[in-house]
Design a protein around this ligand. Structure first.
Ligand code: FES
Length: 136
């Protein structure tokens, strides 16, 4: 679901990838799998992905019990991924972003990533939220 008011950005993208690097995700000193933050930043720059797929390294996204967490946001809504353990998982995200940029349109996330998808929101309790809130 997309809610829009009157604001317009010149930086509209096809997708935004939030990589959690908060209190737990990537914290190897706590026994968690690493998050290749520097590699991701370099890869995004190398492939020139920023204008089409925004990379955001984030603080804690909330569901720390599923480290490592990633949220891929598109006009179709968020896809939350949890439990990423391998470098290859992050490489697959970069490969997907590169394919999206080259095509100039969204592509489904690969199955190798979708097996980590989870439901982040309590959908029953959130029903009707956007229609209940005033837009101003
Ligand atoms: S630190 Fe990643 S979800 Fe909390």
């Amino acid at each position: 679901m997309t809610v829009t008011g009157g604001a317009v950005t010149k930086r509209a993208v096809l997708a935004q990838v939030l990589i959690c690097s908060g209190c737990c995700c990537g914290k190897t000193e706590k026994g968690k799998p690493p998050v290749p933050v520097d590699w991701l930043k370099a890869r995004w720059k190398e492939l020139g992905l920023k204008k089409r797929v925004q990379l955001t390294i984030s603080g804690c996204l909330g569901p720390c019990d599923l480290v490592n967490v990633v949220c891929v946001m598109t006009q179709q809504g968020p896809v939350w991924l949890g439990g990423l353990t391998d470098f290859d998982h992050y490489a697959a995200i970069a490969d997907w972003a590169s394919a999206v940029m080259e095509r100039g349109a969204l592509l489904p996330l690969p199955e190798e990533l979708m097996r980590f998808a989870f439901e982040r929101f309590d959908v029953g309790a959130g029903a009707g939220l956007y229609t209940a809130l005033p837009i101003n």
